[in-house]
Design a protein around this ligand. Sequence first.
Ligand code: DX5
Ligand code: ZN
Length: 240
Amino acid sequence: MSVLTADPDAAAPATRLRIAPSILAADFARLGEEIAAITQAGADWIHLDVMDGHFVPNLTFGPPVVKALKGHATLPLDVHLMIAPVDPMVAAFAEAGADVLSFHPEAGPHPHRTIQAIRAHGMRPGLALNPGTPVAAVEPLLDDVDLVLVMTVNPGFGGQTFIDGQLDKIARLRGMIDATGRAIDLQVDGGINRATAARVVEAGADVLVAGTAVFTGGPTAYAGNIAGLRGDGAAQMAPP
Ligand code: DX5
Ligand code: ZN
């Protein structure tokens, strides 16, 4: 065995795995308390799914709710926009307190301009790829984003089944991101549970979004649910 392979740090991931619970699966009547509970339970980011009813076939919330939650949050707010157009809303999400602002390239003809606007407003820009969107959509923009989000379900709803075919996309993006030498987060969103978490992490993901798998079982289950997604085999997860 070589010295390199004997070094336990040699196999360590470059960045720590972060868990970003999606509040889409939380109790909407108690969102402030839900955010406090997932923070206490060991979450790293808070994932907020903004849907407009025409880019995706569902409608959630906008900047006023994000702003209200900012007042309850000590963790970064990771805002996933499923809206079109994006540019007229960038300033409002910055004012609301978004830390990461991700959008889908299909939302408008000038994604690079949108990235510039997000950064100019002091947020970290992310590009979200639908299951049918090729890696090529992010390639010319990779040097300009801080996060790539791979959707492993079609956007719009929680509780859907993980799409296996996206694992190859995650692995390819891992290689492309490493080649940049920049700290770009590789986030996966949709159908993440204990089993699929292990597979996407093996493929190279370092930020996991999970709604159903975190919020199932209520507040007393959250710490075990989050630990289970991190690969803690002893963690108790609430049954789905
Ligand atoms: C879907 C959203 C996801 C969703 C994930 O459009 O982007 O963040 O809440 O939900 P689960 O983890 O239940 O698949
Ligand atoms: Zn999302």
